[in-house]
Write a protein that binds this ligand. Structure first.
Ligand code: NAD
Length: 373
């Protein structure tokens, strides 16, 4: 039977890519090795994995050597990748990170798949880790903002009077943005949202929030549902409209991203200088440069006029149990598909996610990206 090993992540990451119930689902198809303490910080002890049928190993080297397929969220360290017939499957950040995350795998016999490259097709939907992560981020961003904000999100009426609901502004209404809108609405806030994709208006309104319409976005019919970069004129127009909305906001959640590119700058110095004292910005685009001009990656700063800006890129680790549950189901779905279809040529999902085959970089998306450098 094929042997599958799961590496534990470093202490900052906390995500388990398989949890015990997945081992039960898959144990007729493979034998499982789990690195000691893989699920501990997300709430799954080694004994739960053992009860599900997996074997616990302390040594990473031993686990990699014993396994045909090695699973992890982040790539293993470069010196841990042996020559020989191994397949590594992960949520590796392979775009824009050739030297760190691709070069170490270019060794004879090594195969690599990254779930970050999944096509957004119906069959791949159950494997879509990016959607799972974005949903959790959108939720957590609002929860963190609500604890940092000096105001209440819902209207509260008591003997002492009435507190107004908070004004929440969400920029980018993709998966993370829509979850942020839904969470802020459930908490009773007044929510407005903006996205360059006009189609997002229906989603925003269906959640009971107001969509901020700004005419003039660049056409994005060929971008597979994703946003494209916008002209300078239009970005200036966005700034004007957002200025009026941002100065009224108690909380801003920014999620605007363009795949493979730097995040658009939406919250300028002029906007921040005019925001309320105590206003909170959670910048979920901090990993790709941030949507706010003052965002500092992995730091929380307070501006001179009292605006708190959170640039934490590791929020998922703070909500590791439900995130692991979702991601592990995505990995299970991919693994089941991989085991069934791996021998087929030109399978759409496996071709899109295959980065390295037998030590060679074969992914066209990454090859094109490198050529443009
Ligand atoms: P993303 O994380 O790449 O970007 C987040 C949002 O930022 C997007 O909605 C984007 O339009 C927006 N944005 C970009 N530039 C902006 C700007 N200058 N101003 C304001 N907003 C800006 O996107 P995502 O969450 O991955 O979702 C992208 C699309 O893919 C959505 O239509 C989503 O519904 C769709 N999707 C499809 C599937 C599937 O088919 N399986 C799965 C997940 C998401």
């Amino acid at each position: 039977m094929i042997k599958i090993g799961v590496l534990s992540e470093d202490q900052n990451s906390n995500i388990a890519v398989l949890i015990p119930h997945n081992i039960k689902q898959l144990k007729n198809q493979a034998e499982f090795y789990i690195q000691k303490n893989t699920g501990l910080t997300s709430g799954y002890t080694d004994s739960l994995y053992e009860e599900a049928g997996a074997k616990i190993l302390s040594s990473r080297d031993e686990l990699i050597n014993q396994s045909d397929i090695v699973l992890s969220f982040n790539p293993p360290l470069s010196e841990e990748v042996p020559y020989g017939n191994k397949t590594f499957i992960g949520a590796y950040d392979v775009l824009n990170s050739y030297h760190a995350n691709i070069l170490p795998f270019q060794k004879n016999g090594v195969n690599v798949f990254s779930l970050n490259l999944l096509p957004r097709t119906t069959i791949a939907q159950s494997m879509d880790i990016l959607s799972s992560m974005s949903s959790m981020l959108g939720y957590k961003a609002v929860i963190i903002a609500s604890t940092l904000s000096p105001v209440t999100l819902p209207m509260i009426t008591g003997a002492g009077g009435t507190l107004k609901p908070a004004n929440v502004l969400v920029l980018g209404a993709g998966v993370a943005g829509l979850q942020a809108i839904a969470t802020a609405k459930r908490l009773g806030a007044i929510v407005k949202a903006f996205d360059v994709r006009k189609v997002a208006k229906i989603d925003v309104e269906s959640l009971g929030a107001q969509f901020i319409d700004i005419e003039g976005a660049v056409d994005q019919q060929n971008a597979g549902g994703y946003a494209v970069e916008q002209e300078v004129d239009y970005l200036q127009k966005i700034e004007q409209v957002l200025f009026e909305e941002a100065v009224k906001a108690d909380i801003i959640i920014t999620t605007a991203k363009i795949p493979g590119k730097k995040a658009p700058l939406l919250i300028t110095k002029k906007i921040i200088d005019n925001m309320k004292n105590g206003a909170v910005i959670i910048d979920l685009a901090a990993d790709t440069g941030g949507n706010s001009v003052f965002t500092k990656k992995d730091e929380t700063i307070t501006t001179k006029n009292g605006v708190v800006i959170v640039g934490d890129t590791n929020l998922l680790a703070k909500i590791a149990k439900p995130t692991s549950f979702l991601i592990a189901n995505n990995f299970t779905s991919f693994l089941t598909y991989y085991l069934k279809n791996n021998s087929k040529e030109n399978d759409e999902i496996l071709t899109a996610t295959n980065v390295i085959r037998n030590g060679k970089l074969i992914n066209q998306k990454i090859i094109q990206e490198i050529e443009q450098l």
